[in-house]
Ligand binder design. Structure first.
Ligand code: HEC
Ligand code: HEC
Length: 343
C-alpha cells in the first residue's frame, strides 16, 4: 500500500525525529512546575540515561495540606451544576484515573466529544488536553467546570456552595493567605493531581538497571517499539506527553474512519493554523494497558488494535501478529502503582 508515501517515510521519520529532539528540549522547560518535582534520574548511577524513555520519579515533594484539600475538591460533586458529577466521576482513581468509556458523560447524561485521558502522571504533560489548549493543570480546571457537557457551572455558583461548608473555609484560610477563591481552588486541585504518580513499573526498574525486571519477550517488544519508530513520538518520562503530532502521517486516518467532527481537528481548533489540522498531543503510554478504549475518539477497543492503527497510519507498517503481541507485552510493563491510597 501507498508505495510513494512509503518511499517518503525515511524523510518523514527524520523530520519526526528532529521535532522530537526539539520537543525533548521543551520537555525540560515545561515538565517541572515551580520547583515541585525532583526528577532525580541523573543522580542514579545505574539508570539507562540514553534510552528514549525515562523513569518516573518515585516521590514528588508537594505541600501535603494542599494535596488533602485538593483530593477532597476532586471528589466533590458540588463542583457541578446539579451536584451530580465530580472530577472523579470521569477520572476514577480506582479505574486508573479515567472512566473506561469511549466518550465521557457529564451532568444530566450529557455526552462529550472525546475520550477522557487519565489524570495519573498528568503533572508531567507539557500541555493539557488532547489539543493542548491548557498550558497548566491549574488552567485545565477551567475546562470541565464550564463545559456544558461536563460540570456545566461557574465560579460564583461553586464558591457559594463551598463557602457554606466551614470545613472548607477553615482549610483554605489555614493554607492560603487569600482564603478560598477560584485561584486557590485550582491550585489545590492541581497540587493533588501532581501527587497522582505511578512509579516503579517493571519498565522503570529495568531502566534503573534491573536487567531481570523484563522477560526476554518484553525486551524484544521494547526493541521493536524503538526500531519501528514509535519512540520518535512516544518518549520522555511519560512515553508521550511532550509534543504535538498529526494523527495520520502516512495514511489518512480520518478519511478512512469517516464522520469528521470538530474535535477531530485537534490543535487546529486552538491555533487556526492549517499545519495543525489533525494534530494532537502524543498521549502518555504510562498504564496504557489499563485505560481502554483508545485514541481521542475512543475508537480502538484493545491495545493491540491501537498499536496496529499506529503502525499503519503513523509509520506505514503492517506488523505481524507476533510483533504486535510483543509490543503489547512491552507496553504492559509500563503499568505502575499509584501509591497514594484511596480516599
Ligand atoms: C464529564 C467527564 C469529565 C469531568 C467531570 C472532568 N473531566 Fe477531565 N477530562 C475529561 C475529558 C473528556 C478530557 C479530554 C478533553 C479534551 O482533551 O478536549 C479531560 C481532560 C482532563 C485532563 C487533561 C489530561 C491530559 O492528558 O491532557 C485533566 C488533567 C483533567 N481532565 C482533570 C479534570 C479535573 C481536575 C476535573 C474536575 C475539576 C475534571 N477533569 C472533570 C472528562 C471529564
Ligand atoms: C508520528 C508520531 C507517532 C508515532 C510514530 C506513533 N505514535 Fe502513537 N500516538 C501518536 C498520537 C498523536 C496519538 C494520539 C492519536 C489520537 O487519539 O488522536 C497516539 C496514540 C497512541 C496510542 C493510544 C493511547 C491512548 O491513550 O489513547 C497508543 C497505544 C500508541 N499511540 C502507541 C504507539 C505505538 C506502539 C507506536 C509504534 C508502532 C506509535 N504509537 C507510533 C503519535 C505517534
Amino acid at each position: 500500500m501507498h508505495r510513494i508515501k512509503q518511499s517518503l517515510l525515511p524523510a518523514l521519520l527524520f523530520i519526526v525525529a528532529g521535532v522530537a529532539a526539539i520537543n525533548g528540549l521543551s520537555l525540560l522547560r515545561h515538565a517541572r512546575p515551580a520547583g515541585l518535582i525532583d526528577v532525580g534520574t541523573a543522580a542514579e548511577p545505574d539508570a539507562l540515561d540514553d534510552e528514549p524513555i525515562h523513569p518516573l520519579p518515585r516521590k514528588i515533594d508537594l505541600d501535603p495540606q494542599k494535596v488533602v484539600l485538593g483530593r477532597r475538591l476532586f471528589h466533590d460533586s458540588q463542583l457541578s451544576a446539579d451536584n451530580s458529577i465530580s472530577c472523579a466521576s470521569c477520572h476514577n482513581l480506582h479505574r486508573n484515573g479515567a472512566d473506561n468509556r469511549a466518550i465521557s458523560v457529564g451532568v444530566a447524561g450529557a455526552k462529550g466529544d472525546v475520550n477522557a485521558p487519565t489524570v495519573f502522571n498528568s503533572g508531567f504533560n507539557f500541555r493539557q488536553f488532547w489539543d493542548g489548549r491548557a498550558e497548566t493543570l491549574e488552567d485545565q480546571v477551567e475546562g470541565p467546570i464550564h463545559h456544558p457537557a461536563e460540570m456545566a457551572t461557574d465560579w460564583p455558583q461553586i464558591l457559594e456552595k463551598l463557602r457554606a461548608d466551614s470545613g472548607y473555609t477553615a482549610a483554605f484560610s489555614s493554607i492560603y493567605a487569600q482564603g478560598m477563591n477560584s485561584r486557590t481552588i485550582k491550585d489545590a486541585i492541581a497540587t493533588f493531581e501532581r501527587s497522582l504518580i505511578t512509579p516503579d513499573s517493571r519498565f522503570d526498574r529495568y531502566l534503573r538497571g534491573d536487567a531481570n525486571a523484563l522477560t526476554a519477550d518484553e525486551k524484544e517488544g521494547y526493541r521493536l517499539f524503538k526500531q519501528n519508530g514509535c519512540s520518535s513520538c512516544h518518549q520522555g518520562i511519560l512515553a508521550g506527553g511532550n509534543m504535538f503530532e498529526k494523527f495520520g502521517i502516512v495514511a489518512d486516518y480520518f478519511a478512512d474512519r469517516g464522520r469528521i467532527a470538530k474535535s477531530d481537528l485537534g490543535r487546529f481548533n486552538v491555533t487556526g493554523q492549517e499545519t495543525d489540522r489533525y494534530k494532537f498531543k502524543v498521549p502518555s503510554l504510562r498504564n496504557v494497558a489499563r485505560t481502554a478504549p483508545y485514541f481521542h475518539d475512543g475508537s480502538a477497543q484493545t491495545l493491540k488494535e491501537a498499536v496496529s492503527v499506529m503502525a499503519r497510519y503513523q509509520l506505514g507498517r503492517q506488523l505481524t501478529a507476533r510483533e504486535l503481541d510483543l509490543i503489547v507485552q512491552f507496553l504492559e510493563t509500563l503499568n505502575g502503582e499509584y501509591p497514594g491510597g484511596d480516599p
